[in-house]
Design a protein around this ligand. Structure first.
Ligand code: PMP
Length: 354
């Protein structure tokens, strides 16, 4: 039986993608070869890489606007340092909204001065700071659009003339934003795009080439751009599965359609969290993430009963992150409204039973 998968990442992907991706392991494009055994320089794989890059820019509305899409390795965590390596000359401004922002800040400090413009750490990152000042002389401003662990999401990005760098690992392709406001976007694939193993970087070429330090080739965006993401062997299979998922997003109506479905799922679960007297939401209401809903039982003595109910019914990955506790429903693009309804039904059943 297929489980209702609320895992925070790696996470659910479309079932049709799993099917097509598994077929390609046995025989890719009727070539008599598995996708796992072909050269990354083969015509068939180069076509996959080209299509994946093209789909990224198309879906984000960034075609012919000076952006390049790269599929790199090392996870979003490597981008924490690669961003600073390539863009930080003297000073950078960072908004601290959680564990991943904090890690990005730590790495950037190795390359120059980091100004933390605001932080919600004092409240265990349960809200998004607002009305902060970004120093005008910084090289760039960095933020995390969606805080996977705490379940908060930036709804309005600050207006600034500085280049904006954004970690969109856990909400890329999930909602419509004016992506052209950003100069560099990065995202580990393993949420809305594909399996773990590749990291998407979308960069406006004009922001590069401005730092004076020498950048090692593997850390250098310009090198990866000049080799079209083939400077070294890319994560062939992860890029292929990402390409299939991007095709799926496009075929379903693009980001706009994803957003509508995601909003319905979020309304359903948050509606129940707010209605049900046994539960309480973790994140400030106005900053609630549409991707990751974090919530707790008001009385933890009900935990055992509730956990048994959803686990026995084939729900997976609903446990909260250890730094928040409670529950986290990660509702990425491929998760159905019906799966969310299953959890809501159990929340109501618990209410009836206790
Ligand atoms: N940023 C965010 C927002 C994340 O959710 C994660 C992983 N969950 C990371 C960065 C780190 O990604 P990776 O494991 O690919 O390095």
């Amino acid at each position: 039986m297929k489980k209702h998968n609320f895992s925070a990442g790696p996470c659910i992907l479309p079932q049709s993608v799993f099917k097509e991706a598994s077929q390609a392991i046995l025989d890719f494009n009727n070539s008599g070869l598995s996708i796992l055994e072909i050269s990354h320089r083969s015509k068939d794989f180069v076509a996959v890489m080209d299509e994946a890059q093209e789909l990224v820019l198309e879906l984000l509305g960034l075609k012919n606007k000076g952006y390049k899409a790269l599929f790199l390795q090392g996870g979003a965590s490597m981008q924490f340092l690669m961003v600073a390596y390539n863009l930080l000359e003297k000073k950078a401004a960072y908004l601290n909204t959680g564990t991943w922002s904090s890690k990005a800040i730590k790495e950037a400090k190795l390359f120059g001065e980091v100004v933390e413009v605001a932080s919600s750490k004092e409240k265990n990152f349960n809200y998004i700071p607002k009305n902060y000042t970004i120093p005008a002389d910084a090289d760039y401003f960095h933020c995390t659009s969606n805080n996977t662990i705490f379940g908060t999401q930036i709804k309005e990005f600050p207006a600034t003339d500085l280049p904006i760098v954004c970690d969109m690992s856990s909400d890329i392709f999930s909602r419509e934003i004016d992506f052209s406001k950003f100069d560099l976007i990065y995202a580990g694939a393993q949420k809305n795009m594909g399996p773990a193993g590749t990291t998407l970087v979308v960069v406006k070429e004009e922001v590069l080439g401005k730092v004076s330090r020498e950048i090692p080739s593997m850390m250098n965006y310009a090198v990866h751009i000049s080799k079209e993401s083939m400077f070294n062997t890319p994560a062939v299979y992860a890029v292929y599965v990402s390409m299939l998922t991007l095709r799926w997003i496009k075929s379903k109506g693009g980001i706009q359609a994803m957003e509508q479905k995601n909003n319905r799922k979020a309304e359903l679960i948050y509606g129940e969290i707010d209605r049900n007297p046994l539960f309480t939401g973790f994140a400030a209401k106005e900053d609630r993430s549409v991707m990751n809903a974090t919530f707790n039982l008001k009385d933890e003595s009900h935990q055992e009963k509730f956990d048994m109910m959803w686990k026995e019914a084939g729900v997976n990955g609903l446990n909260g992150h250890r730094s928040v506790g409670g529950y986290r429903a990660s509702m990425y693009n491929a998760l159905s409204l019906e799966s969310v309804q299953v959890v809501v039904d159990f929340m109501q059943e618990l209410e009836r039973k206790v």
